[in-house]
Design a protein around this ligand. Structure first.
Ligand code: HEC
Length: 204
């Protein structure tokens, strides 16, 4: 009867709280009021104020008035409850914690999906670029040492490759075959280098 459920829904925050009222009439000894069974509400004659607090309720308010032989107590208990989301067929119940977990799971899945999509896209583009522009000197599997001077590309980290390309681009590498590599480096956008590198990783 006194139970209220409050639902505040925004895009992510969902909150529910319940309130219940219990009472004790004509109570004589004030020192036992915390442990005596209370009537009404969720207490229903079985639970004391102490029991309610053990169950996670907070005492919101206590009203005390004089009765005929003792004091009348009215307790308002409040509790933040996990949100129960029930589907229309009444099957699924999610608590607030569940929801939070689900949300994080979903976000992780979306991130992983996006990363995988990006990787697959990169690999496809990288394959095209590598086959068109690099394979003849660096080998089918990026395993060759071009002109016996370059390190096999399949042994390079992305950073090593990027540094090398930047160096050729700026004319900082002075090897006798660097001039062969320079035009490719001059044309290489960093996105394309990422794609080529991603493709090379699939050749190992
Ligand atoms: C005409 C042959 C040729 C082609 C085509 C070519 N390279 Fe090279 N590449 C070389 C040579 C030769 C070197 C070594 C040059 C030097 O430093 O003396 C080299 C070096 C490199 C290095 C540095 C390796 C190291 O040991 O640090 C990278 C990275 C590289 N190439 C990437 C590429 C990529 C990516 C492509 C395709 C876009 C490509 N190359 C196309 C000949 C080529």
């Amino acid at each position: 009867m006194f139970k209220q459920t409050l639902l505040l829904a925004s895009s992510v925050a969902l909150l529910s709280a319940s309130t219940t009222m219990c009472f004790k009439k004509e109570h004589i000894d004030p020192s036992t009021i915390e442990t005596v069974k209370l009537e009404g509400g969720e207490c229903g004659g079985n639970l004391s104020s102490q029991d309610m607090q053990r169950l996670g309720y907070e005492v919101g308010d206590i009203k005390i008035s004089a009765g005929d032989t003792g004091l009348n107590y009215i307790y308002i208990f409040k509790k933040d409850e996990p949100l129960a989301t029930v589907t229309t067929d009444g099957k699924m119940i999610l608590t607030k914690e569940d929801l939070k977990e689900k949300l994080i799971e979903l976000q992780d899945e979306q991130k992983a999906e996006k990363a995988e999509k990006e990787r697959v896209g990169n690999v496809a583009r990288g394959k095209e670029l590598y086959t068109l522009q690099c394979v003849k000197c660096h080998g089918e599997k990026a395993e060759l040492s071009a002109y016996n001077v370059a390190r096999p590309l399949n042994t390079l980290s992305f950073d090593q490759m990027e540094i090398a390309i930047t160096d050729y681009d700026l004319g900082l590498r002075k090897g006798s075959y660097a001039f062969l590599m320079k035009p490719y480096a001059n044309n290489m956008a960093v996105d394309n280098l990422k794609a080529v590198w991603a493709y090379i990783q699939t050749l190992k």
